[in-house]
Design a binder for this molecule. Structure first.
Ligand code: URA
Length: 238
C-alpha cells in the first residue's frame, strides 16, 4: 500500500501540496469515490485512480534509450556540467531515473536510463556477459596483431587484465582507423585504456549496441525514447 499523494506526485501530478489542493477540489477519485484525504493508502496496481475524471496510467518503472551527445555527463547531478537527466522532459524525471553504467563526457551513443535497480545491476555486472559494442576512430593503424591481443585480453594501465574482446577493423591506414569493439565489462575509460595499452589513441567513441539493442538510427544526438515492452523483456531475460 502506498500514499495516494506520493503515487500521484511520482507520476508527475505535482507536489504533495498541489495534490492536496486537487483532492480538496474533488478532482481525485479512487474506485469511483471522490477522495477526501490525500494521504489515504492505496494499492496502485489494483485501485482505479482518476484525476480530473481520467484514469491515471500507473507505473513504477521507466525505461529510456538515449543517443547521448558529446559534452554531457552520465550522472543524475553534476556541479559544473549538464547531465543526461537534464536532457529529459520533466515528466520523465519524476520516477528518479539514472543512467545505466557510464559513458564518458565525450563519448556518444546508446545509453539506457531507468529507475530499475535490478535491471541496472544485470546490465552492468560483467558476470552476466552483456555485449556492449562500440564504434571508435583510432589515431593510428589498427592491425591483426591488435585483434589477437584484444582476443587474448588486454592488460590496462592499473595491471587489470580485461576479458577477451572482439575487435573488428572497418578501415585502417596511416591517417587512422575505424573499428568496432565488443566488450562485456565497463571499467572506467575501458575502451580508451585498452587502445592506450596498444600505444594508440581513441579519438572518437560511440556506443552502438547493448545486448541485442541497437542504437536507434532515428534518434538524433540528445534525443531519447521509451523502450518498447519487447525491448524491456529482452533485457530482463539477460
Ligand atoms: N570506454 C571508454 O573509454 N569510454 C566510455 O565512455 C565507454 C567505454
Amino acid at each position: 500500500m502506498e500514499r495516494l499523494d506520493k503515487v500521484l506526485s511520482n507520476l508527475g501530478y505535482g507536489s504533495r501540496k498541489e495534490i492536496k489542493t486537487l483532492v480538496k477540489k474533488g478532482e481525485v477519485e479512487v474506485d469511483g469515490e471522490v477522495v477526501k484525504d490525500s494521504s489515504m493508502k492505496i494499492e496502485p496496481n489494483e485501485n482505479t485512480i482518476k484525476v480530473h475524471g481520467e484514469a491515471i496510467n500507473y507505473r513504477e518503472y521507466i525505461y529510456l534509450i538515449m543517443n547521448k551527445p558529446d559534452g554531457v555527463v552520465s550522472a543524475t547531478y553534476d556541479k559544473y556540467d549538464e547531465t543526461v537527466i537534464d536532457l529529459l522532459e520533466y515528466e520523465d524525471t519524476v520516477l528518479d531515473p539514472f543512467p545505466v553504467g557510464r559513458l564518458d563526457k565525450d563519448t556518444e551513443g546508446l545509453l539506457l536510463i531507468t529507475n530499475d535497480g535490478k535491471l541496472n545491476h544485470r546490465l552492468t555486472s560483467p558476470k552476466h556477459h552483456v555485449d556492449k559494442v562500440y564504434y571508435a576512430e583510432i589515431n593510428k593503424v589498427v592491425d591483426e596483431d591488435d585483434i589477437k591481443a584484444f582476443k587474448e585480453g588486454i592488460t590496462i594501465d592499473d595491471g587489470y587484465k580485461c576479458m577477451p574482446a572482439k575487435l573488428e577493423i572497418i578501415s585502417a591506414d596511416e591517417n587512422g582507423s575505424e573499428i568496432n569493439l565488443t566488450i562485456q565489462e565497463g571499467k572506467f575509460h575501458q575502451v580508451k585504456r585498452m587502445f592506450e595499452a596498444r600505444g594508440k589513441e581513441v579519438v572518437y567513441l560511440r556506443r552502438i549496441k547493448m545486448g541485442k539493442l541497437d542504437l536507434d538510427e532515428s534518434l538524433s544526438e540528445g534525443e531519447y525514447r521509451e523502450l518498447t515492452e519487447e525491448e524491456i523483456l529482452m533485457f530482463k531475460q539477460i
